[in-house]
Design a protein around this ligand. Structure first.
Ligand SMILES: Nc1ncnc2c1ncn2[C@@H]1O[C@H](COP(=O)(O)OP(=O)(O)OP(=O)(O)O)[C@@H](O)[C@H]1O
Ligand SMILES: [Mg+2]
Length: 234
């Protein structure tokens, strides 16, 4: 199923933050959303996830209007966010954090899924009893991704995965995303590391002060003179 954002506008009180944003993410696609600090990237993910009120437009996932659903129903529909800053429960164990990702599920396969997720992220198996707040930044990001997987996403929205992490850790997280994608999950990645995002994604959108200003194949944006000048420092 495709996720379609159409002419979306969002505001905090009287302050408009998104204007007529339209974008589309296909089934099994990897799409990057790039833009400067404060452009509205997290607000857009929040609006898709039902955490930020919209003032116009709509968000559809297949035939379902996500903007008419509460956040928990959006998660149940398969659209799951990994939030900026990871938002873990620092004083709970890794295992407890992962089970939080499955709290909406009523099926009996949660333990089996935990096993499957830990097979994909073996580092977390070693850390399963640790308090999440004690882990390194890279490990915490793995927990945040794993927690999202516990909700059985069909589309993962990942906000600033690489922030504050060394390149070698980012590379290992990208390997994990590659596995997740191979298992049939579409990915929308919001990144300040524009080079990394455009090398990883198939298509990309540029968001500038609340508006989409450019879109195309990721490799074409990597070669775009405006993108180079504004985001790649060359
Ligand atoms: N809860 C809020 N209340 C009021 N204004 C907000 C709120 N959250 C964000 N904003 C404002 O909305 C604008 C967009 O913020 P947003 O966090 O979506 O940007 P961003 O592109 O994700 O930035 P960053 O790269 O720093 O994560 C900013 O001007 C920000 O100050
Ligand atoms: Mg943000």
């Amino acid at each position: 199923m495709n996720l379609s954002v159409e002419n979306l506008s969002a505001a905090y009180g009287d302050t408009r933050v998104l204007w007529d944003v339209s974008l589309e993410i296909g089934e099994r696609e990897i799409v990057a959303l790039i833009g400067s600090n404060g452009a509205g990237k997290s607000t857009l993910l929040g609006a898709i996830s039902g955490l930020v009120d919209i003032v116009g437009g709509e968000v559809r996932y297949g035939d379902v209007k996500l903007n008419e659903l509460p956040p928990d129903r959006i998660v149940q529909s398969g659209v799951v966010q990994v939030p900026q800053g990871r938002r873990l429960f620092g004083s709970l164990s890794v295992r407890e954090n992962l089970l939080m990702g499955a709290y909406l599920r009523r099926d009996k396969e949660v333990e089996a899924d935990l096993e499957r997720v830990l097979a994909m992220l073996p580092r977390l198996r070693e850390r399963i009893g640790y308090l999440a707040g004690r882990l390194s930044g890279g490990e915490q990001q793995q927990v945040a991704i794993a927690r999202a997987l516990m909700a059985r996403p069909k589309m993962l929205l990942i906000d600033e995965m690489s922030l504050g992490l060394a390149p070698v850790l980012v590379d290992s997280l990208l390997d994990i995303l590659t596995q997740i994608h191979a298992s049939g999950v579409a990915i929308l990645m919001v990144e300040q590391d524009v080079q990394t995002a455009l090398e990883f994604a198939e298509r990309a959108y540029v968001l500038e002060t609340g508006r989409i200003t450019l879109t195309g194949p990721a490799h074409a944006l990597l070669d775009d003179p405006n993108v180079k000048k504004a985001y790649l420092g060359v």
